[in-house]
Design a binder for this molecule. Structure first.
Ligand code: DC
Length: 236
């Protein structure tokens, strides 16, 4: 099987596939591949937290000041495009798809994500997008708290991990050849904040299937997740 197989003509209705895991575990590539294979929409919730962070930094807000952050969370207009082949993220009409991957946003996003008012605002947007997508087909949603908080009733929940060294190599390559040691230090620092925060920390959700992606190719991981979906979809 290949991840580039054409989408089925009549996609599954109302399906939510929740994919959580730490940075660099393969969530984005896997989620997009699964969505493309099954003809589903795709939502990158990390991009929404990055978009909020981009806007706060541009507004000159001190992201370490939770009160200052929470006072402004309702202001930016954040729009996520959910085509798995061309996902988009737009803030107040500006395409920030490249800007949100910059070092300034990457260095600040875990702090911003730990502010409960940020999470509450984005949770509402995420649930609206999921509700829209499930009226016509379904959606693969990736993040840190999808199976535990955003979509706890999702029929398929996956928790992806990989060795820190493997994650750093992948993420550095995605970033166009960044220093692997520095990338590993940066993602481990974010993991610590993401897993330790009080609101919606990174956890393996109840009912999630754990896949350690370290020994697998991307296509093999996509195959594993598609098989989980097909098992849920199969008539009893
Ligand atoms: O997946 P990513 O690296 O683009 O995510 C960026 C940050 O956003 C990450 O440090 C944690 C946060 N995040 C979150 O708290 N909850 C989510 N559902 C998705 C991302």
């Amino acid at each position: 099987m290949s991840s580039s197989a054409p989408a089925p003509a009549s996609p599954t209705r109302g399906l939510v596939v929740a994919i959580d895991g730490p940075s660099g575990s393969g969530k984005s590539s896997t989620s997009r591949g699964v969505a493309n294979r099954l003809g589903l929409r795709y939502l990158d919730t990390g991009a929404m937290f990055r978009a909020m962070t981009w806007w706060l930094l541009r507004a000159g807000i001190d992201v370490h000041d939770a009160d200052a952050v929470s006072a402004r969370v309702s202001e930016p207009g954040i729009e996520s495009g959910t085509d798995p082949l061309a996902p988009t993220i737009v803030v107040d009409g500006v395409d920030v798809g490249v800007a949100i991957r910059g070092d300034d946003v990457t260095g600040a996003v875990s702090r911003v994500s730990s502010v409960p008012q940020v999470r509450a605002r984005l949770l509402q947007l995420q649930r609206n997008l999921i509700a829209d997508a499930t009226t016509t087909g379904g959606i693969v949603v990736e993040g840190r708290d999808i199976g535990s908080v955003v979509a706890p009733d999702a029929p398929v929940k996956v928790y992806l991990t990989a060795d820190a060294a493997a994650r750093a190599v992948r993420r550095a390559a995605e970033e166009g050849g960044s220093d692997v040691a520095a990338t590993e230090a940066s993602l481990l620092a974010r993991d610590t904040i993401d897993s330790g925060r009080a609101t919606a920390p990174l956890v393996m959700a109840d009912g999630a299937v754990h896949i350690d992606t370290t020994p697998y190719t991307l296509d093999e991981v996509i195959d594993l997740v598609v098989a989980l979906v097909e098992a849920v979809e199969a008539p009893a």
